[in-house]
Design a protein around this ligand. Structure first.
Ligand code: CP3
Length: 343
């Protein structure tokens, strides 16, 4: 069925727009008191992710409450390692934690070799189907996955890290192992994202949250090589690659065969536009900390960003996920400023 507000899809395709579409990374989550109510009824984050009815409910909340132009399925990038045989826990106030880590060829044996993605991640596909029904074609639904390098980082470290030095160490001490694990993650990710599209996802995004900790040569070899394989599996589909922090790699990222590049707030809209011309849509990139300011300063900074757009091919977003202690009213000021802007 035709999506009523399809601004996001038209922006991906470079079609003409009445105004720029806007959504925010991590919009479904802790910033909304309504999310916390749903979550408090359950044992925790994982139960929410794994219960399609609830996952669909919190996916739609930001569409109803914040008036964004897209929904993003409520899930996590860590469902992929779990489907590969490495279960995670989400520890309150701390973040993800894996009981086992994969740091050697021997430890690769913790992972399953035959992985039925449709079955293991059926809760995500079910949540997508329920969300599509409940959305009733109001706005597009975005599916997502972590990029192989970022997922690798969590599988190697077993938790978050400031330096991810265990992961980077392996690129020097055992690059053959690193490539083997990255290849396996890539294979599952392609099948996972394809199944999201079959279930109803209208657009896709890859989150490479830790792209910025690698130098350009290493990012090419251990990051972009695999991202290239993933985007090649989705020709002519609305697809965003968000390589957070990879400023120096932008010329190479610009050459990827995807419709859209996600930019963080250190990446210049003007400079990136020069690199991509009109061949790609740019998504981003307001500093999430702008939302701690007054309404007036949020409007001012948002308009400053909008004025730097010299093309229609833009999707407005923050430069990274919204921080959990941001007041939803401030998010609304940002969204309404974009919606009221006349260029
Ligand atoms: O964007 C959305 O609204 C959809 C949901 C979404 C979540 N995680 C839900 C979540 C998305 C797109 C993600 C992606 C994700 N998960 C990334 C990439 C984006 C980024 O922020 O860089 C990463 C690195 C993860 C891994 C992860 N999940 C971490 C490190 C943490 C703990 C820290 C944190 O941000 O809370 C999570 C937990 C998580 N994922 C929560 C939510 C709503 C918080 C859990 C809760 O307390 O409810």
């Amino acid at each position: 069925m035709k999506i009523k507000n399809d601004l996001l899809l038209r922006a991906h395709n470079g079609e003409s727009l009445e105004r720029y579409p806007v959504w925010i990374m991590r919009q479904a989550g802790r910033i909304l008191p309504e999310y916390r109510i749903v979550r408090s009824k359950l044992s925790g984050f994982k139960e929410l992710v794994e219960t399609p009815e609830f996952a669909a409910e919190v996916t739609i909340q930001p569409v109803d409450l914040l008036d964004v132009d897209a929904a993003i399925i409520f899930s996590d990038i860590l469902v992929v390692p779990e489907a590969m045989g490495l279960p995670y826990q989400m520890i309150e106030q701390k973040g993800p934690w894996f009981e086992n880590t994969i740091r050697s060829n021997e430890e690769l044996s913790y992972l399953d070799t035959i992985i039925d993605v449709e079955d293991r991640l059926s809760y995500v596909f079910e949540a997508i189907k329920l969300t599509k029904i409940a959305l009733d074609s109001r706005v597009p639904l975005i599916g997502f996955a972590g990029a192989p390098w970022t997922v690798f980082c969590y599988m190697v470290e077993g938790k978050g890290s400031k330096t991810f030095s265990e992961s980077r160490k392996l690129l020097y001490t055992n690059p053959v192992f690193a490539h083997e694990l990255l290849s396996r993650i890539t294979d599952v990710t392609i099948r996972y994202m394809k199944a999201q599209v079959s279930a109803g996802a209208d657009a896709l995004q890859l989150f490479d949250s830790w792209a910025g900790i690698l130098g350009t040569e290493q990012y090419r070899e251990f990051g972009l090589n695999y991202i290239e394989k993933i985007v090649a599996a989705f020709p002519n589909f609305p697809f965003t690659v968000f390589s957070k922090g990879a400023l120096a790699s932008l010329p190479e990222i610009a050459a990827l065969n995807c419709s859209t590049l996600g930019l963080d707030w250190n990446m210049s809209i003007e400079e990136t536009r020069k690199l991509v011309g009109e061949t790609k849509t740019l998504q981003g990139n307001l500093d999430p900390c702008v939302l701690y300011g007054s309404d007036e300063s949020i409007k001012k900074e948002t308009i400053k960003m909008l004025k730097s757009f010299k093309s229609q091919r833009h999707i407005v977003n923050l430069g990274h996920g919204v921080y959990p202690d941001i007041d939803p009213e401030k998010v609304k000021v940002f969204i309404q400023t974009v919606k009221n802007y006349e260029n």
